[in-house]
Design a protein around this ligand. Sequence first.
Ligand code: 5AD
Ligand code: FES
Length: 359
Amino acid sequence: MVEDLLEKQNLSGMEISMLLQAEGADKTKLFEKSSQIKSLYVGNKVYFRGLIEFSNICSKDCLYCGIRKSNSEVERYNLSYDEILDAARFAFENRYGSIVLQSGEIKSPQFTDRVTTLLKKIREFSDNKLRVTLSCGEQDYATYKQWFDNGASRYLLRIETSNKELYKKLHPNDKNHSFEKRVECLNFIKSIGYQTGTGVMIGLPFQTYEDLANDLLWMKGFGVDMVGMGPYLEHKDTPLYAFRNELLPESVRFDLSLKMIAILRIMMKNINIAGATALQAIDKIGREKAIKVGANVIMPNITPGEFRNSYKLYENKPCTDELPEDCKACLEMRIALTGNTIAYDEFGDSLHYVAGHNL
Ligand code: 5AD
Ligand code: FES
């Protein structure tokens, strides 16, 4: 009985798999439960994180990703300090509590220093009143530490899948793409003291319900503070596109993503969960649906307009033609429709991190 499962303190992998397959009245009960828990533990609030995709240059070749190194169809860009700082200032002036600086993965002393300089400048103009999240891939311990010491307080690094064998199928088989390294980096990030964020793609080729259930158990076991997860979307200029005929229909991947969010909210009541932009690529009100079933963070894209089209991890990425101001007005209306309020001027730190344990 779904009702009984929804009251359990600890769900097993098998029970999570069952919930992932809930339909009809059972699915409604799942969503009602997760929505109640959200409102009880983190409130009906949505935090904005202004997302700045500051470079799409990447040294990696993940088989699913549109900006992989070997994709020569992408025009590569690298925003200037001023472009990045202007976007950060936009977020600050519009009372977003925080920003996310995201890029392809580059490991070099120059890159490390560039990010450090950015962090210093952001701290300066905002008088330390803007939380900065970094999402710049795998780095060494010293780099993560340097960035933390210079003002980054959160780090996002998706595990992509917690199934090591599946991870191997989605990445080239070399030491630049190792599952163990990914886990090691997440451990570095956590031990340094970052609010630690991870996530997975949902509906990947070869992925099973059991894998997805294990992903959620993995997140709980690791003790993540923040999660962003969404549907896998095929990109025609990537090797994984060859398996497009084996995918679940988009609508099923979408639905599964909502269920993953809802179940995770029940399992980890006080974490921050983002409604991934990939949800909106499938359904025009996808992120809002995620907010309704348990997500409490949205990452409006504030990358300067002319570059947004070149940061396509997947196709049909939404809002690539909009200006940040347009997205803001549009989002305000969208959030109002979910019955949530936008928490302007609040950092929105993960309560899981603040409390130091899972509820
Ligand atoms: N579909 C959905 N998500 C993707 N990502 C990369 N490529 C795709 C895709 N084709 C996600 C990965 C990565 C994050 C930045 O974007 O999970 O960690
Ligand atoms: Fe970007 Fe609506 S959220 S235009």
